[in-house]
Design a binder for this molecule. Structure first.
Ligand SMILES: [Zn+2]
Length: 216
């Protein structure tokens, strides 16, 4: 009984993350106006706010202007629903919250190649809970180094957000798991990369992190 409830909560959070990231990318308020179609601005009916089911009921189209709702919305709602079903201990709750934060960052990054800086701070804080003092010192120092170094790097080949997640992941899972995670993320990114085109890498890092977490 608990699993379906967790899935519903997770799917609701996924739906919220997609909406918040879309508002961040457009530079509009997170809270106003109420949920609406991005094309015709018609407010959504209450039943159209039900994650997964509403997408299937309207067959991925706005009921007023028939504009397509990106399938990524459905994919995220299902993925975050599945992620929530893995919550069983305080540690798994922390991991799912951490993945949720980075999922939000990845959604923002995919749309506007940046994301709110507080995500990195909060994600690092979640990772450092219950860690020994040495992890706090090393993690804090490396995080400060990224913040100091990145603006001084004239042509960065990787975003500071990618480095933040790399640090966060290593502190959480260790070097060996980080190597596996990076390998999958790079493989996914290479399959979609086009010559000379700037690529938002964070979505691939997050897909890889979610895949490694769900895999067992
Ligand atoms: Zn519409």
């Amino acid at each position: 009984m608990l699993i379906p409830i967790l899935f519903i909560y997770g799917a609701c959070c996924g739906s919220l993350l997609v909406a918040l990231a879309s508002r961040y990318a457009r530079g509009t308020s997170y809270f106003f106006p109420r949920s609406h179609c991005d094309t015709c601005q018609t407010p959504l009916a209450y039943w159209q706010l039900v994650p997964v089911a509403s997408y299937l009921l309207v067959r991925g189209k706005c009921q007023t202007c028939t504009a397509s709702i990106p399938p990524i919305t459905l994919i995220f709602e299902v993925s975050t629903g599945l992620l929530a079903t893995t919550i069983a201990t305080p540690f798994s709750l922390r991991v799912v919250l951490w993945l949720g934060l980075w999922t939000f960052a990845a959604l923002c990054d995919a749309q506007c190649q940046t994301f709110p800086g507080w995500v990195s701070w909060l994600a690092l804080g979640i990772v450092l809970i219950h860690q020994p003092l040495a992890a706090w010192v090393i993690g804090g120092s490396l995080f400060a180094l990224i913040r100091w170094l990145w603006p001084r790097w004239s042509k960065p080949t990787i975003g500071d957000g990618d480095l933040d997640m790399l640090l966060s992941y290593t502190l959480l899972w260790g070097l060996s798991a980080t190597a596996h995670w990076l390998l999958l993320a790079c493989g996914l990114a290479l399959s979609r990369a086009h010559r000379g085109e700037r690529l938002a890498f964070l979505p691939y890092l997050v897909v890889s992190a979610v895949a490694w977490w769900l895999w067992p």
